[in-house]
Design a protein around this ligand. Sequence first.
Ligand SMILES: [Zn+2]
Length: 250
Amino acid sequence: MLNKDEAILADPFLDECDGDTGLPGDAVFGCAYGLNIGVDILPEAVFFRRTETTDELWILEDSDLELTKEIVRKTGPEREHLVRTRQLDAGCAFAVLRKGEQSAACEGLLGRLFFSRAGHYWPEDFQLGGIIDEATYYRVKREVKREIEENMRRDMGRKTEIIALAEELGLSPRPAVTNPGYWDARCPGKGHPLLIKADVNEFFCGYCGRKGGMEELRALVRQEEAALRRRRYPGTACEGDPARRADRSV
Ligand SMILES: [Zn+2]
């Protein structure tokens, strides 16, 4: 089951802590598996930690199976020391309010982790079980995949005007994998994605700092096309500009 409770902390890529937090000695081993990061498959292990008020999911990155086993066998300061001396990246990916039975809580957070990184990272083969056994691991993966497919199907059925416009402008909009109601499209003339919120017909590009409605999207495309022409035909922005020549011939 995917945990959808409000998160106290959400850092699924360990961006905020930079993987530098270490691994608490009292965290319980969840499971280990291969993580597909697109260019490679890297080992990853998850640990579950329950405090008086919170449930936390911790990630141990890039630790091979033998080393993971050694880390799992150790607890307390010995484990923390081992993780640090081997210079492994570890950190807390999620913290939510403490709820229910431990293994079910861990399962929910694992689903949340897989879901939030889909489209970038995807878990592959199961390697080692703790409170998450092999059958549970694959069930979590299936449930996350089903949820993503349902979201995408639902969004595909809700194409709004701005989505149709983005298609017409050749920006290849697709429902955003982990963000229902949002679509990813190609930012014109750039290699990065642009985000569209379909129901309000608005787009947003965090890289360019541009946002707006359909008119602004059209303007952005026109502006990028003009910039592309200037790059292709440098120094010919006036007389030699093919766009101007084309305009004049009409
Ligand atoms: Zn952009």
